[in-house]
Design a protein around this ligand. Structure first.
Ligand code: DGL
Length: 265
């Protein structure tokens, strides 16, 4: 079985890592729309258009399911992905929201995700009395993409973003952008030890594993990521270097261009 996975950039690595650790024999097609990164400050309509292009590209890749490894697209355009692709869709927001236990929850996410209140709505749907506070974090993704994950700058930014959430005595903190687990050590160091960090990729990868196991079709052992393919919309070398840093593999990364208005509806 082959699954598609997409993000604007390296954030999808956090999903890829969780998914391959739970389902080691999976083969993935990873699309990073590096040309248009960051997504998290884009307008609603732009994200919808991008989602249509991504769905069209994946419709030609012969995949059995798709992992929406980008919370911003998940928040704004999940229906686009679902409607355009007639295959199982695994999302982060729905998966994470369904496993929330605590009654005071913080969410860190991109400005575009926060605007939709998608996490608040999804959590309240499962657990109506939960207090949810969402914090928009525009500066994280550009700093993470530049690999400034150990800089003073990102630390100061993180302190500023966490302050309002800590004032509200949150018990759990959802990393509502797939880039943020890449700075988990920094965030943990700034949080009281009793605040649980929730990486939505955990819940997504569990759902995916259950799905794969139910199909029982991945029973031959293969090597880590040997079957996976990587595509970007700009600068393949930079992305391959990022994969080396985060995943310890140096994959072949191919350049693709996504098509506008490719759907005949
Ligand atoms: N990692 C994506 C997300 O989860 C996109 C971040 C961005 O490009 O701003 O929202």
């Amino acid at each position: 079985m082959r699954f598609g996975l997409f993000d604007s950039g390296v954030g999808g690595f956090t999903i890829l890592k969780k998914v391959t650790s739970r389902s080691p024999n999976i083969s993935l097609i990873y699309l990073a729309d590096t040309k248009r990164l960051p997504y998290g400050i884009k307008k609603y309509n732009e994200i919808i258009e991008i989602a249509e292009e991504i769905a069209f590209w994946f419709s030609q890749q012969n995949i059995d399911g798709i992992l929406v490894a980008c919370n911003t697209t998940n928040a704004i355009a999940l229906d686009v992905i679902k409607n355009k692709l007639d295959i199982p869709v695994f999302d982060l927001i729905g998966s994470a929201s369904s496993i929330i236990q605590d009654s005071r929850v913080g969410v860190l996410a991109t400005p575009s995700t926060v605007k939709t209140k998608a996490y608040t709505n999804a959590i309240l749907n499962f657990k109506p009395k939960t207090f949810v506070i969402e914090q928009s974090c525009p500066e994280f993704v550009p700093l993470i993409e530049k690999n400034k994950i150990k800089s003073e700058e990102i630390r100061d930014v993180a302190i500023r973003y966490l302050k309002p959430l800590l004032k509200e005595n949150i018990q759990s903190l959802i990393l509502g952008c797939s880039h943020y687990p890449l700075i988990k050590p920094l965030l943990s160091s700034l949080l009281p030890s009793d605040v649980k960090l929730i990486d939505p990729a955990e819940a997504l990868s569990l759902k995916l594993k259950l799905f794969i196991d139910s199909k029982n079709s991945l029973n031959t052992k293969k090597k880590y990521l040997v079957n996976s393919k990587f595509y970007v919309t700009s600068d393949p070398t930079n992305f391959a270097n990022s994969a080396k840093y985060w995943l310890d593999v140096f994959p072949e990364v191919k350049l693709v261009s996504l098509q506008k208005k490719a759907w005949v509806s």
